[in-house]
Write a protein that binds this ligand. Sequence first.
Ligand SMILES: NC(=O)c1ccc[n+]([C@@H]2O[C@H](COP(=O)([O-])OP(=O)(O)OC[C@H]3O[C@@H](n4cnc5c(N)ncnc54)[C@H](O)[C@@H]3O)[C@@H](O)[C@H]2O)c1
Length: 334
Amino acid sequence: MKAVVLGSGGWGTALSQILCDNGHETYLWSHNPAKAAEMVRTRENPLLKGVYLSEALRITGDLDCLKGADLVVSAPPSFAVRETAKKMAPYLTEKSVVVSVSKGIERDTNLRLSQVIGEETGNLCPVVALSGPSHAEEVGIRMPTGCVAACRDADAARFAQDAFMNDYFRVYTSGDIVGVELAGALKNVIALSCGVCDGLGYQDNTKALLMTRAMAEITRLGEKLGGSRQTFGGLAGMGDLIVTCTSMHSRNRRAGILIGQGKTPQEAMKEVGAVVEGYFAALSIHQLSQRAGVEMPISRCAYEVLYEGKQVKNVVTELMTRAKKDELLETVRP
Ligand SMILES: NC(=O)c1ccc[n+]([C@@H]2O[C@H](COP(=O)([O-])OP(=O)(O)OC[C@H]3O[C@@H](n4cnc5c(N)ncnc54)[C@H](O)[C@@H]3O)[C@@H](O)[C@H]2O)c1
C-alpha cells in the first residue's frame, strides 16, 4: 500500500515511521522543502530528536508524492488543516482513505477537523480520526502505545487499523468520530489548566480534582454535541487526558506551568516555542459551550485567564467556592 503523511511535525514523523515499519511504501511530506532536504540528509527531524528515520521512509517537499496514494494522513497543526486538505484534494479518489491526526477545533467555524477535511475534499472519500494517549517522542522510540481509529464508515476505520497496527502500536476502531475528535480537542485546555496547577505549586489532590471534574464537563459538552458518553471514558478521552496532564512532553501543560508561575499566556507560548493547541481550543470550546448551553466551569476559567487577563489565583478560589452540588446529579443544593 502507498501511504503519504502530510505534515512533518513530531507526530507526522512518528506515524510515518510506523507505516514504514509496517512495510508500506511511505512518504513524509513537509510544507517546507528546505526542511525536507535537511531531513533527507540527516535522517533526523529536529522536532523528534534522537529518532533515526529509516532509509525506507521517503521524505519530500513535493506534493506529487500524493499520486496514487491509498492512505493519506493529515498531520499539520490544527490551524493548517484546511489549507493542507485543499492541497490533497486534487489527488484523492473515491478509494482513498484520509486519516486525520491533528487535535483541535477550527477557529472561526468551530468545526471538527474531519469536517474541515470533508468540506475541502467534497466528501469524496472517508475521513478517519486517529486519536489517543500518544506522545510522538515515545511512539518514535517504539514504546507500546494505543489509539482509536474512528469513522462512521466501519470499513475505513478497519483500513486505518490494519495500516497502523503492529506490536508496539495497538489500534482500536470506533464508530464515534464525533466523541473521539471532541475528546482530543477538549482535553488540551485541561492539560494547560493542569500545568497552571503545577505552576502554582499545587500537587496531586488538586490535579486529581481538576482532571476528574474536567472529565465530567468534557463529557457533558461532548454528549450534547453528538458524541457517545463511553468514548470520553476511553483512550481518546480519559486516556489522553491522563497522558497530557501528567507528562512534560505536553506543550499544553508546559505552557500552563509558565502561566501558573506568573507569565502571561503570550510569554508562555513564546517560551514553549511550538503550537499550544489548548490556547486556541479554549476559545472554540467557550463558544461551543455557550451556544450549546452547557456549563463548563474549568474550561470557562481557562478561557478567562487566556483571553480576558483574569488572575489564576482568583480563578482557583472561584472554582473552589462555586455553589454546593451533588457529584452525579449536578444539581445545586437549595
Ligand atoms: N506531538 C504529539 O505527540 C502529538 C500526538 C497526537 C496528536 N498530535 C497533534 O498533531 C498535530 C501536529 O502536532 P505535532 O506535534 O506534530 O506538531 P509540531 O509542533 O511538532 O510541528 C508542527 C509542524 O507543522 C508544520 N507546519 C506549520 N505550518 C504548516 C502548514 N501551513 N502546512 C503544513 N505544515 C505546517 C511545521 O513545519 C512543523 O513541522 C497537532 O494538532 C497535535 O495536537 C500531536
